[in-house]
Design a protein. Structure first.
Length: 175
């Protein structure tokens, strides 16, 4: 009979990557201690920006800003003098339409205004009142609807339109 038994040597029982206690300690350090330091470093990096503390500049103002109401009411006189289209253009519209910023038609550029004029005054006024593309409603200003309409007529007429400037409604007779 043949002897098929195999003799085991002490080296054959340890075929893993860790062969001695020094390697075991390094593996523990890399597995547990190193990730803890990496996490601490990341937390420090994220929280170390130059952020002023809440209310550090002016605590009273910061508190007032935090507790302010959401909406605000602005009271304007209903009897104030309405501005002309040119005045509204100079105050609000010229910021973009003078230079043609963000695709807006330049003031007086008949080629750029022609397709817009063809849509009619109502469509131009609607775009001005509600905003279009990058232009905010009323051009970002705070004026009466009649003032916006006058500004639309002023700019469109400079671009070749023949719109009539809207008139202010007649005041109701006093009793």
């Amino acid at each position: 009979m043949s002897d098929n038994s195999t003799a085991h040597t002490p080296d054959e029982d340890h075929n893993g990557p860790i062969k001695n206690p020094k390697q075991l300690l390094l593996a523990v350090a890399y597995s547990f201690i190193l990730p803890v330091f990496i996490i601490i470093g990341l937390v420090y990096f994220v929280t170390s920006g130059n952020k002023p503390a809440a209310g550090s500049v002016d605590p009273e103002r910061a508190t007032a800003e935090r507790i302010q109401k959401i909406g605000m009411v602005t009271i304007r006189s209903a009897n104030r003098e309405l501005r002309s289209g040119e005045e509204v253009y100079k105050a609000v519209c010229s910021a973009c339409h003078l230079a043609g910023a963000i695709g807006s038609p330049k003031f007086g550029d008949a080629a750029a205004w022609a397709p817009r004029i063809k849509t009619g005054f109502a469509a131009l006024l609607n775009s001005a009142m509600k905003g279009k593309n990058a232009m905010p409603a009323q051009g970002g200003g705070d004026q009466a609807d009649l003032e916006v309409a006058r500004a639309v007529v002023y700019m469109a007429n400079a671009g070749g339109a023949k719109f009539e400037e809207p008139k202010a409604p007649a005041a109701a007779p006093a009793k």
